[in-house]
Design a protein around this ligand. Structure first.
Ligand code: PHE
Length: 445
């Protein structure tokens, strides 16, 4: 007989784990610069609309499918349809997409770990303004450093997932997420005292409609998907450990709100730093986090503490996201083959670590696969996320059994009145929105 489904230790544990999945490099890095480049406040308004009208319905649908089946993506779609059904491919896509994203996410998180380490041992402060600016180029070009930190980060992720749902993911999320929020709050407060605070906020939040283009709306939608961790089965898997009478819509609203608040707070830290120190550019790319920000921080009093806070913030945010990504293949292996969690986590961790090697070596001179990381990110963000999102919304909206869907939406919910609106969004608005993003990404629109 199969062991009973693992369950969250507490409701707050679930919320923090799911919010931990959502809050990641996407919030701290992608969100600020996309906002800056797409009209500031106008973009934020568009983003919030995307979160409410598309992100929230899909997130709750994913959690609902997971909770209704108590299974990981492949087994969940199989149970709700039949083995070999076309819908099961969305489960497979989720497992593959989560593994792909984690393979290079871990490389970037590894850079953050390296920077956290050299913040602590004083090396970063010791390298001076010019040293910091050129350091990032050297770090990404070093095969040894990249591989070491990629493996270290994967080992950390496997270590948490090995502990299981209640004793691993739940427990660590309840430690890492509050710590993250405290560090972020500290940095916002510090940023508020910088001379460039006003200018930074103006750049991030000021209303500049002339910079908001049709593509900006699509960028907002794509960012909402990435940032909310939807479309690839992470929320479905986390939902499968949820208690029968937890309010799915209420939880989803809290997760979306927390994710959005962190993204806004990150912008309120990043741009004031950029604008306070002459010569820094609000440019995009990894250089924003790993070159411009440390160059600013190093010129401030107590730079060692600030640098360590900033990079630990990145590591914690990335770690809680990575945990949710690894949990997708792990719970798949447990469900599919009846393996133990230990064996599943070790195998999935090892395969994904190997898969990450070309990304880890992307920027090394003479790399056999130059820019592999960027190319894989393009495929994951622009192809896998939208296709997964379409699958989740169409399945929950059109294919899933009405009685089951209705029952799980209503169970324990104070949002019973929203059922019809939710279903309408899932059936029409969400798929049309995602198709537009998709066509835009592949250059058709
Ligand atoms: N939401 C995470 C971020 O913003 C990325 C992520 C996507 C994590 C999908 C898990 C699943 O960085």
């Amino acid at each position: 007989m199969q062991a009973p489904r693992a369950q969250w230790g507490s409701r707050i544990g679930f919320i923090l784990a799911a919010a931990g999945s959502a809050v990641g490099l996407g919030n701290l890095w992608k969100f600020p610069y996309i906002t800056g480049l797409n009209g500031g406040g106008v973009f934020i308004l568009a983003y919030v609309c995307c979160v409410v009208l598309v992100g929230l319905p899909v997130m709750s649908a994913e959690i609902l499918i997971g909770r209704a089946t108590q299974k990981s993506p492949v087994a969940a779609f199989r149970e709700l349809t039949h083995p070999g059904s076309f819908w099961v491919s969305f489960g497979w896509l989720g497992v593959f997409a989560a593994g792909s994203l984690l393979s290079y996410y871990s490389v970037i998180a590894g850079w953050a770990m390296h920077y956290a380490y050299i913040s602590l041992n004083g090396e970063l402060v010791g390298s001076g303004v010019e040293g910091v600016q050129s350091l990032f180029g050297q770090v990404v070009a070093s095969p040894g450093l990249n591989l070491f930190w990629h493996i270290a980060f994967m080992a950390l992720t496997v270590g948490v997932v090995l502990g299981g749902v209640a004793k691993g993911i739940d427990r660590w999320s309840r430690i890492l997420m509050p710590a993250l929020l405290i560090m972020l709050t500290g940095l916002v407060v510090r940023a508020a005292f910088l001379p460039g605070f006003g200018e930074g906020l103006e750049f991030a939040f000021g209303i500049r409609p002339e910079e908001f283009r049709p593509e900006s709306l699509l960028a907002a939608l794509g960012q909402a998907f990435f940032s909310l961790s939807i479309g690839m089965g992470t929320m479905l898997t986390y939902g499968s450990y949820l208690h029968r009478d937890d309010d799915i819509m209420d939880s989803s609203i809290q997760i979306c709100a927390l994710d959005t608040i962190v993204a806004l707070a990150a912008s309120a830290v990043i741009f004031p730093i950029i604008f306070s120190f002459a010569g820094l550019e609000p440019g995009q790319g990894p250089g924003l986090l790993f070159a411009s920000i440390p160059t600013g921080l190093i010129q401030m009093p107590f730079s060692g503490v600030l640098l360590a806070t900033f990079f630990f913030l990145l590591v914690f945010a990335a770690l809680t996201s990575a945990i949710s990504l690894l949990e997708v293949p792990v719970s798949f292996l447990i469900d599919q083959f009846g393996w133990s969690r230990g064996k599943s986590a070790a195998l999935a961790g090892a395969v994904i670590t190997l898969y990450g090697i070309p990304s880890a070596l992307s920027y090394v001179e003479g790399s056999a696969l130059p820019e592999f990381l960027d190319k894989l990110d393009w495929v994951v963000s622009n192809l896998m996320f939208p296709v997964g999102g379409i699958g989740m919304s169409l399945f929950a909206g059109w294919r899933m059994d009405e009685a089951l869907r209705h029952d799980h939406f209503l169970s324990g919910s104070k949002y019973r009145f929203a059922y019809n609106a939710w279903l309408t969004l899932l059936r029409f608005i969400v798929p049309v929105g995602i198709v537009c993003v998709f066509l835009n990404a592949i250059g058709v629109m």
